[in-house]
Design a protein around this ligand. Structure first.
Ligand code: MSP
Length: 476
């Protein structure tokens, strides 16, 4: 079975991504690894979103051309994901020639079919969000995020006939043909669509935004960055040139994104696909927001958590375990270094690390390192159910309940006593523990790939290979 996962491309202006930006990408990596381990033909795509007014402005500030600006950061972002151990298969830069051409092809198709037409558009537009705001988005006439009055303007523009898709979208989302998760978010999107989908302006005059993809049927306009960036999801897997690859992976099994951009995916992106006569993704999952100390992460509040700093100090796996044990996947959650250290000590140092080391040492001392055969009651089914339903935190919780179960087994069987009494059962008990740890490790691997490899080194052969403790206690 082929599986296709996508994460929204990161935006170039976030040159120093914080942990919230990396969150959906790490989640997608976990899910993709789970499916690869199961033997599914899995393709994980991410990328960078490189056009638009914001980038035009940022480049100007640095006094360089837009092209130099995005090229400068291109490597930077890949390095980010590489350092965080993201095992992606495809990486789209929206300034790639192939993407631009395919995006233009999509636009001409939509134009030919009458879904793009010329008109006037009166907009309430927030430059900071790079999004049109509706009346209900505003708070006291201002953008609630940027605390600025949006621009109101009437302009010549091309419009996308999104209104045409209202009923189809309601039906497909209601019936879970396009499944939006968590369920509460599905209802939010549905309520929004039911309140009326309006046609939206999808172009900018070149004079306003020249750093964008030109409309193929009117070179005086560039396409609104969101519409163009969405298209990366299909251009990255070969549409429309490599239809063999495209058909293999599309529709995506899952698209993961933050809650701030769910609505545009559930409306604009889904409508674009319908206009192109393409199937909708099977699932869209919206992550909650990561807060720090109860507040939105922001440079001015000084509560930004830099994922590279955390991974450099504690390791990637510690960060991954923390994020998916601490925060219920799909909900907002608070993340602080204090909590990360608490979890490190309780779950990793005292929990997993201690179990792995303790059993290895006992096999080493009592049995000369030879790993005996054994049986395990560790059951992967509940874990698999949680993974399939994208309840990642429950999957982690389940692994740790099994760790506790094994700790309890040790306390009950007291192998040290069996060794002292030269009891034959010693071999069975240690064999059962070893095979249980190996099975546990299979569940752990998507979440903690580096650790899983270490555990595999210790237990993967016929003899124990003792190593250093996996998670030495943090000294205060
Ligand atoms: N480039 C657009 C997406 C285009 S889709 C065609 C974008 N980029 S972003 O860099 O601003 O955000 C990247 C991802 O990080 C998005 O999924 C966004 O929702 C997510 N997050 C940004 N801050 C976040 C938190 N504090 N917590 C969790 N995720 C958040 O949007």
């Amino acid at each position: 079975m082929s599986k296709f996962y996508e994460v929204t491309p990161i935006y170039y202006v976030n040159a120093k991504p914080h942990i919230g930006h990396a969150y959906a990408t790490i989640a997608a990596d976990i899910i993709a690894r789970y499916h690869r381990d199961k033997g599914d033909d899995t393709y994980l795509q991410t990328g960078t979103d490189e056009h638009g007014e914001k980038i035009q402005e940022a480049a100007k500030k640095e006094g360089i051309s837009e092209k130099d600006f995005v090229d400068k950061y291109a490597k930077h972002f890949r390095d980010y994901w590489d350092k965080l151990g993201i095992d992606y298969d495809g990486f789209v830069r929206t300034t790639d020639k192939g993407h631009i051409e395919a995006a233009q092809y999509a636009l001409s198709q939509m134009h030919e079919k009458g879904f793009i037409y010329k008109g006037k558009y009166k907009s309430t537009y927030c430059v900071g969000c790079e999004q049109y705001l509706t009346k209900s988005d505003l708070e006291k006439g201002m953008c609630p995020v940027h605390q600025k009055e949006p621009r109101i303007k009437e302009e010549d523009a091309y419009l996308f006939k999104m209104s045409a898709f209202q009923e189809t979208l309601i039906q497909k989302i209601t019936d879970d043909e396009l499944e939006i998760l968590p369920k509460s978010r599905k209802n939010e999107v549905l309520t929004f669509i039911k309140s009326g989908l309006e046609d939206i302006s999808i172009s900018r005059p070149q004079s306003q935004c020249s750093w964008g993809v030109e409309l193929p049927f009117d070179k005086d306009h560039t396409v609104y960055v969101w519409v163009e960036a969405f298209l990366n999801y299909i251009t990255g897997i070969g549409w429309p040139n490599n239809m063999k690859k495209f058909r293999k992976y599309w529709p995506a099994d899952l698209q993961i994104l933050g809650k701030d951009i769910l609505r545009v995916h559930g409306t604009i992106w889904a409508s674009i696909l319908l206009a192109l006569d393409l199937p909708l993704p099977k699932r869209i999952f919206s992550t909650g927001f990561l807060l720090s100390g109860g507040r939105k992460m922001s440079k001015s509040l000084g509560n930004v958590i830099d994922p590279l700093e955390v991974s450099g100090k504690y390791g990637n796996d510690v960060l991954r375990h923390f994020l998916f044990s601490e925060v219920a996947f799909g909900q907002d959650g608070d993340v602080t270094i204090e909590r990360l250290e608490e979890r490190y000590n309780s779950d990793l140092s005292n929990g997993l690390g201690n179990l792995v080391q303790r059993v290895a040492v006992m096999i080493d001392i009592y049995l000369g390192g030879k790993i005996p055969k054994g049986k395990t009651e560790v059951d992967k089914k509940p874990y698999e159910r949680h993974m399939e339903s994208l309840e990642l935190h429950k999957a982690v919780e389940y692994i740790w309940s099994e760790i506790q179960g094994l700790d309890q087994y040790i306390e009950e069987e007291k192998p040290w006593q069996l060794a002292k009494e030269k009891d034959k059962r010693l071999k069975d008990v240690l064999g059962n523990l070893a095979i249980s740890i190996i099975k546990l490790n299979e569940m752990l691997a998507p979440f903690m790939p580096e650790t899983a490899e270490k555990i595999d080194k210790i237990y993967g052969g016929s003899k124990i290979k003792l190593g250093k403790p996996l998670f030495p206690r943090l000294e205060k």
